[in-house]
Design a protein around this ligand. Structure first.
Ligand SMILES: Nc1ncnc2c1ncn2[C@@H]1O[C@H](COP(=O)(O)OP(=O)(O)OP(=O)(O)O)[C@@H](O)[C@H]1O
Ligand SMILES: [Mg+2]
Length: 335
């Protein structure tokens, strides 16, 4: 499609006007509406809900999705009926939290993108019951079936989960579009399952609401207006707050250790701070520290990454100590 047009338009400084011009060129009315109604939140932008505005990356994303038709199994933009009763949906652990809307007459409305990534896009969804005041915000993480860094990094992971159906096995092996979609779905399943297990154990993770195909719906961590909780990396905590966050981190890692896990990609970008509580996110690659031959290496990396972040923010090195974290997790895991 008109990629050259797009590049030309988005390179231009006055891109807001040019985007309008770009929308006008679409002969597809749906896409035009979609483009107008999709808000996009830039990673560092403070206000998440600037509806109707689209940044350059938002437009590029839209094109990518349209061109590759990677989300053609996803919901239509705008509204959709709640997918809660979808027979293919995997639902979160019971008892369902009080705040969750399970009403079959509910609708889901997409408000915008919280974050686009190479592997997944995270959208803000509002689920509400028409003609009532009931409404909740959810985060929808959709794994893309494109070029997955993690997939290359950890081919061994997929081997363990090899499908019994030979057609699926072949599709995954030769990375056909169908195969890539299956891989994306496996990551969604992996993250959904881990979230459920951690949630049941009382770990600080968003409640996993449901999963259908490559889409995982979870509790939105943020305010009622749709402002997402900041990543730890964005914060400059005062010394006492920093010490408190470290305390919470140690507790969370100990709890994961008790289940035999380490995060596997732990960093200040995969921790959100929600009303003073440190929350673990981005968990599809969770590592079994006992069974995985590289378990110890992943644990060391996690412990070292996060301790160094706390040290760089001013925590004493003997407090934010990676060796202490490693020993703690190993002890909790019974190694
Ligand atoms: N439950 C949630 N509530 C609020 N915001 C969320 C939630 N889950 C994810 N996000 C936002 O989306 C971002 C990306 O999520 P996540 O890290 O799970 O996906 P990712 O594709 O692996 O991203 P990356 O490649 O940047 O690590 C998070 O940094 C956070 O800002
Ligand atoms: Mg992440």
């Amino acid at each position: 499609m008109r990629k050259r047009d797009l590049n030309h338009l988005i390179e231009n400084e006055n891109h807001q006007t040019d985007l309008e011009a770009l929308y006008e060129r679409f002969d597809d009315a749906d896409l035009r509406t979609e483009a107008r109604t999709r808000a996009f939140r830039d990673e560092d932008e403070k206000s998440p809900n600037s509806r109707g505005r689209l940044t350059e990356e938002g437009v590029a994303q839209l094109f990518r999705e349209r061109e590759t038709e990677e989300i053609d199994d996803g919901p239509p933009y705008g509204y959709r009926w709640t997918t809660w009763d979808d027979p293919d949906a995997q639902r979160g652990p019971e008892p369902y939290p009080d705040w969750l809307i399970t009403h079959l007459g509910a609708v889901d409305e997409q408000h915008g993108i919280l974050k686009t990534g190479k592997e997944a896009d995270v959208f803000l969804i509002e689920r509400s019951v028409p003609d009532t005041d009931d409404g909740i915000l959810l985060a929808s993480k959709r794994y893309r079936s494109g070029d997955h860094r993690m997939f290359h990094r950890d081919a061994g992971y997929l081997e363990g989960r090899r499908s019994r159906k030979s057609r699926e096995r072949r599709a995954v092996a030769n990375r056909s579009a169908f195969g890539r979609n299956l891989i994306a779905q496996q990551w969604a399943i992996a993250e959904f399952d881990v979230l459920g297990e951690l949630w049941n154990a009382g770990a600080p993770v968003p409640y996993p609401v449901q999963r259908i195909g490559t889409e995982l719906l979870m509790e939105f961590l943020g305010d009622r207006e749709g402002g997402a909780a900041p990543r730890l990396a964005q914060l400059r905590p005062e010394p006492d707050e920093l010490a408190e966050l470290w305390r919470q981190l140690v507790e969370a890692m100990a709890l994961m250790g008790r289940l035999g896990y380490t995060h596997g990609d732990l960093s200040a970008f995969n921790l959100l701070v929600h009303n003073g509580t440190l929350m673990l996110i981005d968990l599809p690659q969770v590592v079994d520290v006992i069974a995985n031959p590289q378990g110890h290496t992943f644990l060391e990396r996690d412990a070292s990454n996060i301790s160094h972040w706390f040290q760089a923010r001013g925590m004493a090195h003997d407090l934010a100590d990676p060796m202490m974290l490693i020993d703690l997790v190993r002890t909790e895991a019974g190694i």
